[in-house]
Design a protein around this ligand. Structure first.
Ligand code: PRP
Length: 175
């Protein structure tokens, strides 16, 4: 991919909106009467998180975590570290992790394991997109938006070299 590559729309903003509504309805049904902590994984999840929580009509809290990985990409060594940890207490809380994409699964596998040790009352995963063809470790996604092909995706929070996060559609950018 180059800077000149023009991202091609894979899922339009209208399709994303409909899918976020569907996810919000499922989450609202399951968390009604609870007071969950929604945990976004920076940076990619910020736009999805912002749209999703506006559609949730019950009390909730928002938290973010930042992770970094080393030697991933082609090598996929999967060494992940917490860069910005949690500011909220997790023990005894209903915790819902919000991800933009599950690719190899190494990030969420690490994160769910890290969070489980903090003894939340419940722990679930909501991912806007899933690229199962790239999976290296098994991951259960409780709330899933789109299953995506093994293409490089940008837009709606997803980046290529920190660019394109602001595109309102989910696009393919590798031709
Ligand atoms: C992306 C995405 C997930 C992770 C998925 O984050 O937001 O957290 O990669 O990949 P995996 O399933 O192979 O572990 P990235 O490291 O690109 O950071 P960003 O969210 O700041 O763009």
């Amino acid at each position: 991919m180059s800077f000149q590559a023009k991202p091609r729309v894979l899922f339009s903003r209208q399709e994303i909106e409909a899918t976020v509504r569907k996810l919000a309805a499922e989450i609202s049904r399951d968390y009604q009467g609870k007071h969950p902590l929604l945990l976004g994984v920076l940076k990619g999840s910020f736009m999805f998180m912002a749209d999703l929580i506006r559609l949730l009509d019950f009390p909730l809290e928002v938290e973010f975590i930042s992770l970094s990985s080393y030697g991933r990409g082609k090598e996929s060594s999967g060494k992940i570290k917490v860069v910005r940890g949690l500011r909220s207490q997790v023990r005894g809380r209903d915790l819902l992790v919000i991800e933009d994409i599950v690719d190899t699964g190494l990030t969420v596998a690490f994160l769910l394991d890290y969070l489980r040790k903090k003894r939340p009352a419940s722990l679930k995963l909501c991912a806007l997109t899933d690229k199962p063809s790239r999976r290296q470790v098994p991951v259960t996604i409780d709330y899933l938006g789109f299953t995506v092909p093994d293409k490089f995706l940008v837009g709606y929070g997803l980046d290529w070299d920190e660019k394109f996060r602001n595109l309102p559609d989910i696009c393919v950018s590798e031709e």
